[in-house]
Each structure stands twice: as C-alpha cells, then as structure tokens.
Design a protein around this ligand. Structure first.
Ligand code: AKG
Ligand code: FE2
Length: 315
C-alpha cells in the first residue's frame, strides 16, 4: 500500500514513482516468457529462410536484433493488445501466465487500491513497449511502442464514455529507464481538464498547450512503477542508447465504470466486496482477448481515438 504522503504526492503532482515494486523473480519470468514467445516466432522464420542465423544460444535481445535486421514484424506478436486497425482472426498477440502475473502482482494491485479503492478492474488499454535504439527504428514507424511517444494525457486515448472514469496508469519498467534510453517525461501538477489533442505521430496534445519547459524526466530502475494520473501530460523521447528500453503500461479503473475501450476485454483484478469475481486464470484472460479479436475481425472498424486533424487546434 502507498503511504499517506505518497498518496498526497500523487494527488498534487499527478504522478508518483514507486521503486522496487516488482520483484526480480517476476521480472525474470516475464523475460523468460517473452524469450520463449520470440523463439517460437524465430524458429518459424528461420525454417522459412527469413533469418539466417540459427536461434541456438541467442538471447531475447539478440533474437530481436536479427529479426529487426531482417525487417520482420516482431512487435504485434509480443503486444498484450490488438492493433488499432486491420484486426483479423489471425492478428498475433501475446497473453501468457508471466505477464498475467505482472498485471495482477499483489504489489501492483495494492498500489492501485491505495488510489482507486478495493474494486479494481484491469482496463484493456495496455501495451508492451520494446524500444530499440532510435537510429535503428525504420523510417515511417509511428507506433509509440517502438519509437518516441508524443506528449499526451491518457484520458485522451480512451473513448469519451470514460472521461469521468476513475482510472490509473501504471507504467512498469522491465529494463532501467534513463534519459539516454528515452524514459518517460511528465509535466507535474496536471490541469483540471483535458487539453485538445491532435493526430501527430500518435495522438498528441495540441502544440500551444505543451509546457515543455516544465517537463521532468522520470529515470527509474527495472521493477519500479510510475503511476500516472489520466490528466498528467507525458511523453517519451528517443532511445539514444545502444540497448533496448522495455516497459509495460497497464491501467486500472474502478469496477463498473466505462473503460474507454469497451470492444476490448476487462476483468476484475481485485474485489474486496466480492473476491469470487476476481480473475485468477491467465487462460481465461487469453480467451477473452481471442473472442474480442474474433468479434473485431467481423465487425465495423472502431476508431480508438476521437481526435480529428481538422479541429481548430490542430492547424
Ligand atoms: O512508455 C512510453 O513511451 C509511453 C507510455 C505511456 O504513454 C503510458 O504509459 O501511458
Ligand atoms: Fe500515456
């Protein structure tokens, strides 16, 4: 649980770093699960002659180096979500026990409970971000899971129906995050309302509203959490290191409130009132996403964001 002074700091500054929240064993399990997932892809690509080097003995990051060099689409099969468009029955994604264990880690849920109370829904707006050195990111790669992240407020990336939802972003460092490798930056003491956003590289706060001179870089060690209020402007700069910057961002909302992405599945992560409604089975979680994928593949496209480039703020 957070202390009263941590809660107070979050409420005024709109963000909070919680160091050492996720233990080394959990981080290792995620790392191993991702290595296995990438190795399965790699084996197939190698068998098809798309990557030359045999997978034997390659680490997760070494395999990634090779598949990137070969120009293969490695990101979506590793994400814990569906893409914003062109979803088919076969769109790949990653749902496994280790990453479920991370999302429902008791320390993560305790922190969320400290801010939102004991009825917690795991919100479907969630991603892995694995950012290679920026000078190796292909031209035209716009996804904020791989390249830089524009200034935005998380309220702006959900549907309007969730504008009054009590929601918390929990950003989890899997590798150390530094200014050099493109850690989060925030603008503390958020405004009471949402700024206009525009389509830029991604969905971004309209330029005149970005107070760049107040930006604070959030350098954290692996296993730390960065809690972000839905109105706190944040971004991430380029990864100028020669290694990968790896994080997950997940969200919780008070159960029963709109998630802002109702065509993707949510689940009760903690309930003090009705503990038997909590989901503890990662396979059930995976199945929910498979069903959402099937439904999305067979229905009209639902835009993830509401912002239009012809709005007056976006000239
Ligand atoms: O890690 C990043 O690049 C951005 C993360 C973010 O926007 C979020 O967690 O809401
Ligand atoms: Fe965000």
């Amino acid at each position: 649980m957070l202390s009263a002074s941590q809660v107070e700091a979050f409420r005024t500054q709109g963000y909070l770093v919680v160091p050492e929240a996720v233990d080394a064993a959990t981080l290792q399990a995620v790392h191993d699960e991702y290595s296995d997932a990438l190795r399965r892809l790699y084996d197939d690509w190698h068998a098809a002659g798309l990557v030359a080097d045999p997978p034997d003995g390659l680490s997760f990051f070494e395999m990634l180096d090779h598949v990137r060099a070969a120009g293969l689409e490695w990101f979506q099969p590793l994400d814990i979500s569906l893409p914003h468009a062109d979803i088919t029955e076969d769109t790949p994604f990653h749902f496994g026990p280790a990453v479920f264990g991370l999302l429902t880690h008791p320390n993560v849920l305790d922190v969320a409970e400290s801010l939102l109370g004991g009825e917690l829904t795991s919100n479907p707006i969630q991603h892995v971000r694995i950012k290679p050195p920026q000078n190796e990111v292909p031209e035209g790669e716009l996804r904020a899971h791989i390249t830089t992240t524009d200034w935005h407020q998380d309220r702006g990336v959900g549907h309007e129906e969730a504008d009054d939802t009590d929601i918390l972003t929990v950003w989890i460092a899997i590798t150390d995050a530094t200014v050099e490798n493109g850690c989060l930056q925030v603008i503390p003491n958020p405004p009471a309302q949402m700024y206009p956003h525009c389509p830029k590289t991604q969905t971004a706060i309209a330029d005149p509203f970005i107070e760049q001179d107040r930006a604070v870089p959030i350098e954290v060690k692996a296993g730390s959490l960065v809690l972000i209020d839905p109105l706190t402007p944040h971004c991430a700069g380029p990864n100028t290191s020669d290694g990968y910057r790896w994080s997950f961002d997940i969200r919780f909302n008070v159960s029963g409130q709109p998630t802002g992405r109702s065509h993707f599945p949510d689940f009760v992560a903690r309930s003090r009132v009705a503990p038997d409604t909590e989901l503890h089975d990662w396979r059930a979680w995976k199945k929910q996403w498979e069903e959402a994928r099937y439904a999305a593949a067979h229905s009209k496209h639902i835009p993830q964001h509401r912002w239009q480039s012809d709005s007056p703020h976006c000239a």
